[in-house]
Design a binder for this molecule. Structure first.
Ligand code: AMP
Length: 281
């Protein structure tokens, strides 16, 4: 596995690979890798000739300085996990390589980012779109792999690819979970034993709410009950729980036939912010 810390060197490498007719897959990550990331890499390895993974804790997508400071960073462990999963090139840049100067460009995704993560984390999707655009330019992938775990991020990146005419295919993989249902997340490493024990409630509440949606319980009641459950658990401070249109991400007040739906939640557990979602078929 090649390791690049320099963007120009990565780009020279990927240009050579493209010119040789090889299919390039990119898996952008912030590191502290887990099975969810590795399944994206494995999927890329089956579909592409070259798999480029990036490990970069992107400062511009953090609105909370403590969250950025405490975000787990274990690059050696990450590198050791990536090679056996099929990664052929790891991009591990320092911040100054990605941001040699402060960016002036600002992304505005309109209604897509006026809800949920975008509403609660001002500037988050501007940072995501900035770094993803840069990674697309550095790695020039034919295919980019993202996890459904970050549901709104997928919608924003889809819009970014369409609006800026990036010539690549997006592949979205389902959320990989622990045996008890907790969505795998790098932030799970920061959970205290008590918080970790309580954490599966997030997915339990989502699946219970999904069942209520399927039974036709009014959206406002589904939301109120879910938030009530989470608020009662002493470890949890819920931030939002939304039933949304899975394409527009706008909150759904009443059901209409054929509307694609998703339930999305964010909650703080002992100072660690977790998100999760389920798509309702
Ligand atoms: P992150 O390192 O958290 O920025 O995540 C990097 C990529 O891995 C994103 O596309 C995430 O959506 C995806 N990802 C993170 N956790 C999971 C998971 N549990 N299952 C599937 N994909 C995930």
């Amino acid at each position: 596995m090649h390791i690049f810390t320099n963007a120009a060197e990565l780009r020279a490498y990927t240009e050579t690979q493209r010119a040789a007719g090889r299919r390039l897959g990119l898996v952008p990550t912030m590191g502290a890798l887990h099975e969810g990331h590795l399944q994206l890499v494995q999927a890329a390895a089956t579909q592409c000739d070259e798999v480029i993974a990036s490990v970069f804790v992107n400062p511009t997508q953090f609105n909370n300085p403590d969250d950025l400071r405490l975000y787990p960073r274990v690059p050696e462990q990450d590198a050791a996990l990536l090679a056996p999963a099929g990664c052929t090139a790891l991009f591990l840049p320092p911040v100054a390589e990605v941001y040699p100067q402060p960016t002036m460009l600002r992304f505005d995704f309109g209604a897509l980012e006026q809800v949920m993560e975008g509403a609660h984390r001002p500037g988050h999707f501007n940072g995501v779109a900035t770094v993803v655009s840069k990674l697309f330019h550095f790695a020039r992938p034919h295919v980019a792999y993202f996890g459904q775990k970050d549901f709104q991020q997928v919608a924003v990146v889809r819009q970014l690819v369409a609006d800026l005419s990036f010539d690549l295919e997006l592949v979205v993989y389902p959320t990989v979970r622990e045996a008890d249902g907790l969505a795998m997340s790098s932030r799970n490493r920061r959970l205290s034993p008590a918080a970790r024990a309580a954490a599966p409630l997030l997915y339990q509440v989502l699946t219970a709410a999904a069942a209520q949606v399927r039974q036709g319980l009014p959206p406002a009641q589904v939301q109120a009950q879910a938030l009530g459950y989470l608020a009662k658990a002493p470890e949890f401070t819920p931030e939002y729980f939304e039933l949304v249109n899975a394409h527009s991400l706008q909150p759904v007040a009443q059901y209409t036939i054929g509307q694609p739906l998703a339930l999305c939640v964010a909650a703080h557990l002992d100072g660690v912010r977790l998100i999760d979602n389920v798509v309702i078929e």
